[in-house]
Design a protein around this ligand. Structure first.
Ligand code: GLN
Length: 288
């Protein structure tokens, strides 16, 4: 008797693979087993959801089965689905993602909207995105405002390489510069946006398993999460144009703390909520 070859053991239909994978992910305790199963099956078959339904009876090839198994194991080890897919859609952009930069979060689309609103009366605004990561904010701004001069900075060279790939992928012209916050940047900028690391360091041990695949550099920032944001706002007055605006994403636990500190330093401040109604975004303007 010969052992079944991998090919003969792979006579799974799309439908059976879908069902088995979702059940397996559910058992493994993944938060969205159906979505994960559908997306990974879509990746190996190059079919979208409609295609998967239409071809439910199609038999997976041995190669597809092998790839699906490898991906399933990585997902069970809690690698983020986005890292397995390699790209995410964010604010209408397709962005490459990797462990080199934070996976863009839905709440940051609200920061993009606030930034576009702040720039709506300006012609050819000069915009800086500090700590751009994948390039999401900078590219979202350039996409919506082709007249803007957008610069994106990051302290991490691998993150900048990823952001540069994303600019090319989306055909958007943004200037990239490696910098530690605003050190070495002169401006002036009409708008400064940033989604800095803002979580208290004590959050790290309790983070979701998937979040461990995001760079810690992009997430945690000292005891109250504000170490980097404080340094950034201290430098910001030196690069903002007269009447310039600063917009930051922060944590609901610390946005009020920094807002109070900025008011004490003479900034005019507004706090905006995210889609779940939690205070999250800080808008600051210098002077009267
Ligand atoms: N919102 C992110 C999270 O909860 C944190 C992003 C950040 O620190 N900039 O994982």
């Amino acid at each position: 008797m010969t052992q079944p070859s991998p090919a003969s053991s792979s006579s799974l239909t799309v439908q059976a693979a879908w069902r088995e994978l979702a059940a397996r992910f559910r058992l493994a305790g993944l938060p969205s087993p159906e979505v994960d199963a559908r997306e990974l099956l879509g990746l190996v078959t190059a079919l979208d959801t409609t295609g998967l339904v239409i071809r439910a009876a199609q038999v997976l090839s041995a190669e597809q089965t092998r790839r699906l198994e490898a991906l399933a194991r990585r997902r069970e080890a809690r690698q983020p689905l986005q890292h397995l897919l390699g790209v995410v859609e964010w604010a209408g952009l397709n962005l490459h993602v990797s462990p080199d930069a934070l996976i863009p979060r839905p709440e940051t689309e609200v920061l993009l909207e606030l930034a576009l609103d702040a720039a709506k009366h300006l012609v050819g605004p000069r915009i800086l995105d500090v700590g751009t990561g994948t390039g999401a904010l900078a590219l979202g701004l350039k996409q919506a405002r082709p007249d803007a001069a957008v610069t994106a900075s990051d302290v991490s060279a691998p993150a900048l390489a990823l952001a540069t790939r994303n600019a090319a992928l989306n055909g958007l012209a943004v200037s990239f510069v490696q910098a530690d916050l605003l050190t070495g940047l002169r401006g002036p900028y009409d708008l400064l946006v940033s989604n800095p690391p803002y979580l208290p360091a004590a959050d790290e041990p309790g983070a979701q398993p998937e979040v461990r695949f995001d760079p810690a550099l992009a997430l945690y920032s000292g005891p109250d999460g504000l170490d980097l944001a404080r340094r950034l706002v201290n430098q910001a007055s030196g690069v903002l144009a007269p009447g310039g605006v600063m917009l930051l994403e922060l944590d609901p636990r610390n946005v009020g703390v920094l807002a109070a500190e900025l008011m004490g330093a003479g900034w005019r401040v507004r706090v905006h909520s995210d889609l779940t109604g939690r205070a999250r975004f800080l808008e600051g303007r210098l002077g009267v």
